[in-house]
Design a protein around this ligand. Structure first.
Ligand code: F6P
Length: 342
């Protein structure tokens, strides 16, 4: 078969491991040939392709980023976009398309699938906010990067007896913040799922410091919001999928903590460091398993499906189930972090 492949949305560690796995099994086991679409859906829309075979995948397993490039292009926001995508696939003789992405990329895949495109999805995102799978690859690496950073922030915070606010990504889900906060021993973890009360945050910090503890690290998810009417947050611009460009809540929070508690406070926004560099072994293995399962879907004619992790098993789920709603943090996990506040 002639199989197209693309990586869309924010990149994450493990994308190259998936690409390598799909191509390896496709070429060697099934005799497929591949068309690499550049920069996510933009490649399909504008017919931007690159050669993709086992040779092109040599040495990419440990490399972060994606050899295919990525973008946040939404064909459904472009005049005649879906038609142009279908025309590209037909002209290039692509029998099936593997889309590797998060909510947005797979949302487009789901819609094109409903319009007759033979498509299979693979879940990726550092945010871990996709339903229908236990975990997306990229998440584990991002959490580890955050924990390494938090460990470092602890020692400098201790030297100066400071509060350090560490802002992490995750969009509207607090998975990264919660995992990194628990593993990094955060004094406080603020997530989008539970708007925070700045008074309570400051009381907890004051109580902690009164007990003789000092040097608190507060982990805040970029999508965390203050309880209504408490603090004014600046509005943000939106992307082609209607998502606000987040980032900066840490600055507001640090300023308020210092003003209200009198503790010297600094802020570190980890930003795109969380998406860069080499994937952890866990993400490499998960990505490889997803890739092999996706090319099997193609040959079984299991279109409109996404590969997913359920327990320890790789299974197939409808793409529509994966993109129907955001997977937010389990409140029980937030309770684990809370035990260590104050
Ligand atoms: O979805 C992954 C993610 O890293 C989010 O955590 C973050 O809000 C967003 O992408 C950043 O997007 P960009 O790289 O386009 O600035």
């Amino acid at each position: 078969m002639r199989v197209g492949m693309l990586t869309g949305g924010g990149d994450c560690p493990g994308l190259n491991a998936v690409i390598r796995a799909v191509v390896r099994k496709g070429e060697v086991r099934y005799g497929d040939d591949f068309v690499g679409f550049r920069d996510g859906w933009r490649g399909v829309l504008e017919r931007l392709t690159m050669p993709l075979d086992v040779e092109a995948c040599r040495g990419i397993l440990p490399r972060g980023g994606t050899i295919l490039g990525s973008s946040r292009t939404n064909p459904y926001k472009v005049d005649g976009g879906p038609e142009r995508c279908r025309a590209t696939l037909a002209e290039l003789g692509v029998d099936a398309l593997i889309a590797i992405g998060g909510e947005d990329t797979l949302g487009v895949a789901d819609k094109l699938g409903a319009e007759g495109v033979a498509v299979v999805g693979i879940p990726k995102t550092i945010d871990n906010d996709l339903s229908a799978t236990d975990v997306t690859f990229g998440f584990h690496t991002a959490v580890q990067i955050c924990v390494d950073a938090i460990d470092r922030l602890h020692t400098t915070a201790e030297s100066h007896d400071r509060v350090i606010v560490c802002e992490v990504m995750g969009r509207h889900a607090g998975w990264i913040a919660t995992y990194a906060g628990i593993a990094g021993g955060a004094a406080e973890v603020l997530v989008p799922e539970e708007p925070f009360d700045i008074e309570t945050v400051c009381e907890n910090l004051t109580r902690r410091h009164a007990k003789g503890r000092f040097a608190s690290v507060v982990v805040v998810a970029e999508g965390a919001t203050p309880q209504e009417g408490t603090l004014a947050v600046a509005s943000q611009e939106v992307d082609a999928f209607g998502h606000a460009r987040l980032g900066g809540i840490g600055n507001l929070l640090a300023g308020e903590i210092e003003r209200r508690t009198g503790f010297e406070t600094r802020v570190t926004i980890l930003g795109h460091v969380q998406r860069g560099g080499t994937p952890t072994a866990f993400d490499r293995v998960l990505a490889t398993r997803y890739g092999l399962a996706a090319i099997d879907c193609v040959h079984d004619g299991a279109f409109g499906q996404m590969v997913a992790l359920h327990g320890g098993d790789i299974v197939r789920v409808p793409l529509s189930a994966a993109v129907a709603e955001l997977k937010t943090v389990d409140p029980h996990l937030v309770e684990v972090a809370e035990v260590f506040y104050g």
